[in-house]
Design a protein around this ligand. Structure first.
Ligand code: ADP
Length: 352
């Protein structure tokens, strides 16, 4: 087998942590060889541990098996060596599109299902109602829900080429500029956005968008505190984070992980505060009644324990879910739930 042929296949293997440059372009392919039914590839990794090493080894194997299934054995070894520098071909993602944005705030949660996206969408709408210029990027690649919650599913963001790079235009509705990976992937495809691929895709959802002048750009972060979050926070000039939680004691450990992540010296971002979602239940027919079904003041205790402000408390109201499903966020209305989000927005604006 021709070595050049193998190099050609390897050129299609991209390093998602390095602006999707090919491993060939990055000078990481130390040697290739083919002998009988076996292909051997040696990859060079720098001294600094590359968290994507295993992923790249797998991707190299996959590229060879895909192109030449006749090779029953593919061996990939790695050596520690600073890869040879090669001239970059693809333009790097830059922070250019964020220059008109005053405050970038991540909306995070320790785990899924606490209402992080609901809070992010309603906070965005509420800030816009207060007169601020607002954008929201849905970086929750595991379950992009912003298109449904805002009734913009099916929207196709316009794109323009600039300096060899696609620039995307956000979808505007309720006075907010929205961008979501959900506009590009069908719901059944969303599942494939995992690991490193997800990481680079979601950076594009923030960095390659023509946001224009904004007072606030909210980033609906994926739930949890894994590698994606660290990479995202490090590479985006995120000024602060809001952590969404439910009042139960079991949520404490998750909030702690989130707080630890943002306070870790390698990230060191301000935690603007905590939002306690599902703080109590209020039935529509008894708007004055509060039922503390997940316990009382859990959010307040958490905020005190971690020494961060409690920015707001949002009740469980059936209409919040219904409005989310219907694509008209509760904060667009005039009910008590809308008022909660407007108060939250006011508090966020004051705190920052
Ligand atoms: P996450 O982003 O944390 O995974 P979501 O925002 O998608 O959570 O919310 C999960 C579900 O809970 C959705 O169906 C949403 O409509 C519902 N929900 C969230 N917050 C509330 C609330 N305060 N009252 C009623 N339903 C809510």
């Amino acid at each position: 087998m021709d070595r050049n042929q193998i190099m050609e296949w390897l050129a299609a293997v991209e390093h998602p942590g390095k602006g999707d440059k090919s491993i060939v372009e990055l000078g990481m392919v130390e040697s290739v060889g083919a002998d009988g039914n076996k292909v051997s590839v040696t990859l060079a990794f720098p001294k600094r541990p590359d968290p994507l090493k295993q992923y790249l080894i797998g991707a190299v194997k996959a590229a060879i098996y895909r192109n030449a299934p006749q090779y029953v054995e593919v061996e990939v070894t790695s050596v520690v060596k600073e890869p040879a520098k090669a001239a970059p071909q693809k333009p790097e993602l830059t922070l250019k599109e964020l220059t008109g944005v005053r405050h970038i705030i991540g909306v995070a949660s320790g785990k899924g299902g606490v209402g992080k996206s609901t809070v992010a969408v309603n906070l965005a709408v509420a800030l816009a109602r207060l007169g601020y210029k607002v954008g929201l990027s849905d970086a929750d690649v595991y379950g992009p829900s912003i298109p449904i919650m805002t009734g913009t599913e099916g929207a196709v963001p316009e794109a323009e080429k600039e300096d060899g790079q696609d620039v995307l235009f956000p979808v505007e509705k309720f006075g907010v500029k929205w961008m979501s990976i959900g506009y590009f992937a069908q719901s059944e495809q969303a599942l494939i956005w995992r690991g490193p691929m997800a990481c680079s895709a979601l950076k594009q959802m923030i960095l390659q968008v023509r946001w224009g002048d904004l007072d606030f750009l909210l980033i609906d972060m994926p739930p949890g505190t894994g590698d994606i979050h660290i990479s995202l926070v490090q590479e985006i000039p995120m000024e602060a984070a809001i952590i969404v939680t439910t009042p139960q004691d079991v949520a404490l450990a998750d909030v702690e992980k989130g707080v630890d992540m943002f306070r870790n010296p390698s990230i060191a971002r301000r935690i603007l505060g905590l939002v306690e979602n599902m703080a109590w239940f209020t039935p529509a027919e008894l708007p004055e009644n509060k039922y503390f079904i997940f316990g009382r003041d859990g959010g307040l205790r958490m905020a005190e324990r971690f020494d961060i402000p409690l920015l707001g408390q949002i009740p469980i109201v059936q209409s919040i879910r219904e409005d989310g499903d219907a694509g008209t966020p509760a904060a667009t209305g005039s009910g008590p739930d809308a008022v909660c989000f407007l108060e939250l927005a006011q508090k966020v604006a004051e705190t920052i």
